[in-house]
Ligand binder design. Structure first.
Ligand SMILES: Cc1cc2nc3c(=O)[nH]c(=O)nc-3n(C[C@H](O)[C@H](O)[C@H](O)COP(=O)(O)O)c2cc1C
Length: 325
């Protein structure tokens, strides 16, 4: 009532301006809050370690010996050591992967004896597992192209957003299979900042749907995922775009993976403007303040017949724009 009155006083155009201003202020406040949360030493150390070692991997792919030779390996090893001192378990993925990358890079270089023995000492002191691959590898192109002979056009064009499902909950095994496949998405400096939250508990799922799905579609949705992107894995200058770039790419893979596993899905907007919605979801499920909620996804088994939007695609020439003509 009061909202309607204010709207009529302001007019449609000014109301929209006020809404945009309000959401910008809320986004800035939330960004400031989560930026503060994301910068404690452990998380900024992990981020800078991951960026450095993934740069190493890229340099070793192109055999940039000058770059590889100039890296301060002792600093990187000290960072790993510091993280372990701070309580990060030696078998943690970031630790084990960083060690694998540094070890394989050092093996390419002559000299650097100090760093080599410092690394070996760290590995044996903390029993760091050496079960992960790191550095670069040569893969025959035939291996890379082995799986391209399938009907890709048929696969992508037969996916449709599904907004009404059978009343079932997707098992955790199936969710793990779907997310495992989606995790092959490319991410900036391979930091893999995205996560998927799910539940098998009807009450919790009902809350995800209530908080995350489109109100008028909620009746047809019986299971729903929350997709986040962790700003703690980004550098300050990357904040406010990389979370949505990496998040968006992950969503694309996830939606395709859901389709490949024989289920339907529909994405539900959770933009930077919907800060209130993001806060409510984070609070309800104890999701860290450093994670932005990129999207919620209704997921489920298909009914015998599915009602879909026609969702016509634009002509390809208007999307792939030829700069020569
Ligand atoms: C980022 C994003 C947000 C979306 N949000 C919604 C939404 O809130 N509600 C909805 O019904 N569909 C939503 N969709 C689904 C789109 O409407 C749908 O993908 C588009 O119409 C193309 O149709 P198709 O997916 O069936 O090919 C969203 C899609 C994306 C990529």
């Amino acid at each position: 009532m009061i909202k309607q009155f204010i709207k009529s006083l302001l007019g449609e155009k000014n109301t929209q301006r006020v809404i945009r201003l309000k959401s910008s202020v809320e986004a800035a406040k939330s960004a400031w809050r989560s930026f503060g949360n994301t910068q404690p030493e452990k998380s900024s150390l992990t981020t800078s370690l991951l960026i450095s070692v993934h740069m190493l991997e890229k340099a070793s792919v192109i055999g940039n010996v000058k770059y590889l030779g100039a890296v301060k390996y002792n600093d990187l090893i000290n960072k790993i050591s510091r993280l372990i001192e701070m309580g990060v378990p030696p078998e943690d993925f970031s630790i084990a992967e960083s060690v694998a990358i540094i070890k394989s890079t050092l093996a390419l270089l002559s000299g650097h004896e100090d760093a080599k023995s410092q690394l070996e000492a760290l590995i044996s002191k903390h029993n760091i597992p050496l079960n992960l691959k790191g550095g670069s590898e040569k893969i025959p192109s035939a291996e890379i192209l082995k799986h391209i002979n399938f009907d890709f056009h048929g696969f992508v064009s037969s996916r449709h957003s599904v907004r009404k499902f059978k009343d079932t909950i997707i098992s955790r095994e199936k969710i793990y299979d779907i997310v495992r496949d989606a995790s092959y998405y490319p991410s900036a400096c391979n930091r893999q900042p995205c996560k998927v939250y799910f539940s098998e508990d009807r009450e919790k799922i009902a809350d995800i749907i209530k908080l995350g799905a489109d109100g008028f579609l909620a009746a047809g949705i019986h299971d729903c995922l929350i997709v986040t992107c962790d700003r703690a894995l980004l550098k300050p200058y990357e904040l406010d775009d990389q979370e949505y770039i990496n998040g968006g790419i992950f969503l694309g893979y996830l939606v395709m993976s859901i389709h490949a596993h024989g289920l339907g899905a529909c994405l539900f907007q959770c933009t930077r403007a919907s800060i209130g919605k993001q806060d409510r979801i984070r609070r309800r499920f104890g999701i860290s303040g450093s994670e932005v909620i990129v999207c919620c996804i209704g997921i489920g088994e298909l009914e015998d017949e599915v009602s879909c939007a026609c969702a016509q695609r634009r002509p390809v020439e208007t999307v792939a724009v030829n700069l020569d003509s």
